[in-house]
Design a protein around this ligand. Structure first.
Ligand SMILES: Cc1ncc(COP(=O)(O)O)c(C=O)c1O
Length: 371
């Protein structure tokens, strides 16, 4: 199947992912973990992971064991870290498939060790320190004791210690510097006891780019490998390229008479004879059910009119000369001299670019370019 057979599709430029990872490696000078959770932020987990590893990433990061197993089943042999919760029942799989897990509470560490002992295998763990998120992890003051205990527990291999910063995407906010100081303090304590594990890591994309002293041994980069800006304050440097485009095709075009309601509850009513096109993109694809959306047709920016339906929405095409059924429509990406970025869509939706791309539904076919 190719794009000509699809009513809507996503194109992912794997060359861009490859290049973005190489740039991150160059800029940071440390190992890059490609964060490919959530289907690689909507880009497709396996293809993205392969492109990132080819671009020089040394690790893959995922949120859940299920995601790690998808990578292993696809034959990806690079080290993988699950940064979230893993249930006791899944520990055997983690060990079988050589997946490293996050351990973030003393009682959990005891369970991990017991299971590993019962299976006579070694479980690789990274200790999580909670400095500013209020979610998983022990407080920095408890960090030394926690890592000491991890080192005593049989069958646990303490491979890493890490944290995650809450506000690194606001580089002017001093809280991140204070958080780095606290994490560094704990690393000094661990170092003094010879307990500093081989991999200390703290940085997501914004931290990796804006806080060089927080790069430690490895940076965990998600949004930047996709060529998307961490925030409007933490922009990517020149050279990064957005990898994803979201496209559709005009599936209908017709002239509606004045006073004709468009979509459920007639949230748009034509004023005069209006050219209205339809595309197979709806809220079930991740397009928000709101007024004020927009798209590109023949290089022109046009408004989405009426409510977004589950599988379709309508475009006002009066400004587009010669629009035809089958024409390509761009929801994110470039068309001629015009473009719509994920950041722009996020602004319109009152959210962040992360949510826009992560929300792209699994049912949208993905096509990979630049392989
Ligand atoms: C623990 C952890 N590390 C790294 C990342 C990657 O962050 P970013 O996409 O901002 O680079 C995430 C993403 O949310 C995360 O939860």
């Amino acid at each position: 199947m190719d794009v000509s057979a699809c009513s809507t599709w996503v194109e992912v430029d794997l060359g861009a992912i490859h290049q973005n990872v190489s740039l991150l490696k160059q800029i940071t000078g440390v190992t890059v973990m490609a964060v490919v959770k959530a289907n690689a932020y909507g880009h497709g987990i396996v293809e993205t992971a392969r492109a990132a590893l080819a671009g020089g990433a040394g690790w893959c990061g995922v949120a859940r064991i299920e995601e790690a197993l998808v990578l292993r089943q696809a034959g990806i042999q690079a080290p993988i870290l699950v940064t979230g919760y893993t249930s006791e029942q899944r520990l055997a799989e983690a060990m079988d498939f050589d997946v490293s897990l996050t351990v973030y509470a003393p009682e959990q560490a005891e369970i991990f060790s017991k299971v590993a002992q019962s299976l006579k295998t070694r479980l690789k763990v990274h200790a999580k320190i909670d400095i500013s998120m209020g979610r998983l992890g022990v407080f920095p003051e408890e960090g030394l004791q926690f890592v000491r205990r991890l080192n005593q527990l049989p069958r646990l291999a303490v491979e890493g210690v890490f944290t995650h910063f809450a506000s690194a995407d606001e580089p002017k906010n001093p809280v991140t510097d204070r958080a780095i100081d606290r994490f560094q303090g704990l690393m000094d304590e661990l170092g003094a006891e010879g307990l500093r594990p081989p991999l200390v890591h703290a940085a997501n994309s914004a931290t990796a780019l804006y806080y060089p002293r927080a790069r430690f041994d490895l940076v965990r980069c998600g949004i930047s490998i996709y060529g998307l800006h961490p925030s409007s304050e933490a922009l990517l440097p020149a050279g990064f390229r957005a990898a994803l485009a979201w496209k559709a095709r005009l599936t209908s075009i017709k002239t509606l008479p004045p006073g004709y309601g468009v979509g459920y509850n007639a949230r748009y009513v034509t004023i005069h004879h209006e050219s209205i096109g339809t595309i197979s993109v709806g809220y079930a694809d991740g397009f928000r059910r709101r007024l004020g959306n927009f798209a590109l047709v023949r290089g022109q920016r046009v408004p989405v009119v009426g409510g977004v339906c589950m599988d379709q929405c309508m475009l006002q095409l009066d400004q587009v000369l010669g629009a035809r059924m089958g024409d390509e429509v761009v929801l994110i990406g470039r068309q001629g001299d015009s473009s719509i970025t994920a950041e722009e869509v996020a602004d319109a939706w009152g959210t962040v670019n992360y949510e826009v791309v992560c929300g792209l539904a699994a049912r949208i076919p993905r096509f990979y370019l630049g392989q």
